[in-house]
Design a binder for this molecule. Sequence first.
Ligand SMILES: *Cc1c(COP(=O)(O)O)cnc(C)c1O
Length: 475
Amino acid sequence: MTSTVNLLKDIPSIDKLLQSQSLHLQIDKFGHKSVKDEARRQIDNLRESLLQKEESALRWMSKSDFLEEFCQQISEAVEAQFSSTLIPVFNLTGTVVHTNLGRSSLPAEAVDSMVMAATHATNLEYDLLSGKRGDRDSHLERAICEMTGAEAATVVNNNAAAVLLVLNTLALNKEVIISRGELVEIGGAFRIPDVMESAHCTLREIGTTNRTHLKDYAAAINSDTGLLMKVHTSNYEIRGFTNSVSESDLSELAKEKGIPFVSDLGSGSLVDLRQFNLPYEPTVKDTVAMGADLVTFSGDKLLGGPQAGIIVGKRELIERVKSNPLKRALRVDKITLAALLAVINIYKDPDRLESRLPMLADLARPVAAIEEVAAKVIAAVSERLAGKAVVTVQACKSQIGSGALPLDLMESRALCITPIAQKGKTDEALQRLASAFRALPKPVIGRISDGRLLFDLRCLRNVDGFLGQLDSLAD
Ligand SMILES: *Cc1c(COP(=O)(O)O)cnc(C)c1O
């Protein structure tokens, strides 16, 4: 008992701690308040441990270099408080546009443009000619319209917001007719029926899961119909005995009945991906040309830009969308707008698109180039894991991701890591291996398949950075 009481008296005071050399440095870096608060927290913890008579605390305090270690602990805690939880990772999952890993990386031009918008006052909503209030959509509208053939365009926070806003504007308290085959759920919270409900629309599902005909749409139209909708079945494909109605047939029917036809494209590519040896995905331009009155699509899927939702189509409808009070809540911010502008500008030079848009460069990366990466890394990874796992290079398939073209896979190469483990322990060994790679300073994220850990090398650009941290891999 006496020893604890004595030790309590020996707990250094805050003032004494703050005078130490190491905490002085932290005060310079992070400010007096944070260091002082952390010191107080650590003192309280220590006092509590002593009162609980924790052996380790008693022993620690008796050490000759206790004060030094205590300051070090406080330093590290302050450091941790200021370190970001949002850090770069190596995406070796084989899914190029990976929603959980932040989708598209932006080109340098977009980053410059974001820095400009972030650090200056801009004419975001200011008309320099008239000196009056302007419109933030004006910066992008012309270029987007030229690229898509649409009359008008507006931009919001993401495509989910675009769909919500369009539904709420054109079909508030009305019915939205949609095929049962298109009631999609996209990764987690975006489900068409739920979005309809949030937008205060009534979902009027027609046809069957595999087959929906034009006559089903026609029969469902009544005086409560707000719009006809088509949703791109981004993340699945219905095969076999199927039928869906084309955009052109739907737009004809909609025109005849005097109601709008809206197409949610999801990925929304601005160019025909076949020119990069990628599978065909309907472009925004094609969809507009087939007569959709409004088309919605993402900025950070196949467009390769920042998170945004783009709505293009008939001017009269876009004007209605823009005057919905919800637009204010869903509008895009200046930094995103700056990035999107820069990315759209890159599209004006289609010949160099592939080299300038990181997303496209990864998607279209030739197998030979991926093989070169494999040749550069195989020996080092093999050596690092010697005795623990067998590492080979294997053919694999990458996918675009984010719901685009789910069934179309691109030929690629992967490091295939098979743990050497006792029978029945393979799973555990695999998980340990995967988590060791995730614990690296720049975490490496792969995928587990068939008892092996696969690192698809399609998106590996910084080979030196990848190899340079292998020494830090935990045993
Ligand atoms: C991805 C997707 C959405 C949601 O887009 P976000 O940009 O992620 O909000 C909506 N509809 C379809 C068809 C999609 O593919």
